[in-house]
Design a protein around this ligand. Structure first.
Ligand code: USQ
Length: 437
């Protein structure tokens, strides 16, 4: 894709929508039962013991419900870090989620099954060691990291916290697995942002390179754009090394920006996941929908040609489930690029406006605000995404459906969103990240 192609016009949106519909009709993804978890080699039981670090989060909670519905034994750890830090920037989830206790009780009432839960911080080695030893997981899904790029750029304190917490949590986990569950699959959430926006195609983790007449198959160079994204790069390096040392089976997921409010399991079990829309914790498409609903301008930063991979929450859960149920070989380190399609933020803003305007008499307004980040605003972008498709991933929600659902769901919480108006417009700037103060 050339730079000028990044501005997705109406016809591409239409083609994407039509192609998606056809794919959906043809493939209509049916989750297959695990074909046998080779980590559980002593039994033919296809169900797994899955430990989710960060179970209270946007992805952690719906993933727990989905895995539970698929018959797996699910347990989780969380220290409510996101709840606490979101409150600190005077924000809150746009959709109320209740306490962990009330969530767990409700799921028990709905399903008759329990999700195990430990309140704790994975940057404390004892918490990770005790949980791994006690639960003896077949798979650990590690989502318990500080996940906001703007948060990591507020200042030195937040940058330090992000780098320390994220890297130490992952380090604790690989040591705990080596000592107590060496055959467990580590499914770790990284980010497409690790690659940056190079002027060549982005492979899935590794690429063939020839230099001075010699060839090798090497990790693709990383070029992240925030302390947060760099923390994930450092994690990936540490995971590759732990894998080399102790043969821990790792899936390092390079995930794009996730959007949406719904998954099948959330709907069946009448539960909700958090949805952040403020300038620090909210992400692009969710924010654009919230801005339209709040009557605020939709804010593509700068020229808006920044192009990223996106996927719906439902697809994110589907992909993580596929990865968990199809573990790597013993000793394998593999990288999955995880997104449905890629779009420029300007195209997404236009699409949110188009969909919002169809159902409302006051049209949404788009305002290209000065970019608070340091990033390219027009660039080549062509990441590969083959491995998950080969394992059966088929997008289940189109972009248009996702946007309509977010707008509908947010409208039910309009009053709550209006209360967050002051924290929606961007304030955290990369250049002015605070030092010692
Ligand atoms: N952006 C706007 N307007 C907004 C908000 C964001 O134009 O109001 C732009 C940003 O400048 C950026 C792009 O949208 O170019 C994506 O920003 P984002 O805030 O939606 O996402 P990002 O900071 O990259 O991080 C999010 C998640 C992170 C995840 C990452 C995937 O917070 O946990 O790893 O998406 S990815 O972007 O592929 O690296």
């Amino acid at each position: 894709m050339k730079p000028e192609d990044t501005a997705l016009n109406g016809s591409r949106i239409f083609i994407v929508a039509a192609t998606w519909k056809i794919c959906h009709l043809i493939h209509c993804f049916k989750p297959k039962r695990p074909e046998g978890n080779h980590y559980n080699s002593t039994s033919n039981d296809p169900t797994m013991r899955v430990l989710i670090l960060g179970i209270d989060g946007y992805i952690g909670w719906p993933l727990a419900l989905h895995l539970l519905e698929r018959g797996h034994n699910v347990s989780g750890i969380d220290n409510f870090y996101t709840r606490k830090r979101v409150k600190e920037v005077h924000s809150a989830s746009a959709i109320g989620i209740g306490t962990m206790k009330s969530r767990l009780n409700k799921i028990r009432d709905e399903t008759g099954k329990d999700i195990g839960f430990v309140r704790g911080d994975v940057s404390e080695p004892r918490i990770v060691y005790d949980s791994v030893k006690k639960f003896n997981p077949d798979c650990v899904v590690h989502l318990a990291e500080q996940r906001s790029a703007p948060y990591s750029m507020i200042g030195l304190k937040q940058a330090t916290e992000t780098l320390q917490k994220n890297m130490i949590g992952t380090l604790n986990l690989v040591y705990a697995l080596k000592d107590h569950a060496p055959n467990c699959h580590l499914l770790k959430l990284g980010t497409m942002g690790e690659y940056g926006t190079p002027n060549i195609d982005i492979p899935e983790g590794f690429f063939n390179i020839e230099y001075n007449g010699r060839r090798d198959f090497l990790p693709f160079p990383k070029n992240a754009g925030s302390w947060y994204h760099w923390s994930k790069v450092h994690d990936s390096n540490n995971l590759m090394f732990a894998n080399r040392l102790w043969e821990i089976g790792v899936t390092d997921v390079m995930q794009g920006v996730v959007y949406g409010t719904r998954t099948d399991a959330l709907m069946h079990l009448k539960s909700s996941t958090r949805l952040d829309i403020d300038e620090v914790w909210g992400t692009a498409l969710n924010r654009f929908c919230a801005q339209a609903v709040a009557g605020l301008p939709i804010t593509p930063y700068g020229k808006g040609g920044q192009t990223r991979g996106f996927l719906s929450l439902d697809d994110s859960i589907q992909c993580l489930t596929i990865a968990a149920e199809n573990p790597p070989e013993k000793g394998e380190y593999r990288v999955f690029n995880q997104f449905d399609d890629y779009y420029s933020v300007m195209d997404l803003a236009n699409e949110v406006k188009r969909i919002y305007d169809m159902g409302h008499k006051d049209p949404a307004v788009i305002e290209n605000v000065p970019n608070p980040r340091i990033e390219k605003e027009a660039h080549y972008y062509n990441p590969e995404m083959k491995k998950l498709r080969e394992l059966g991933y088929r997008p289940r929600r189109s972009l248009q459906e996702g946007i309509s659902e977010i707008i509908r769901d947010l409208e039910k919480h309009r009053k709550r969103i209006l209360g967050l108006r002051e924290v929606i417009m961007p304030r955290t700037t990369w250049k002015e990240s605070k030092g010692l103060s």
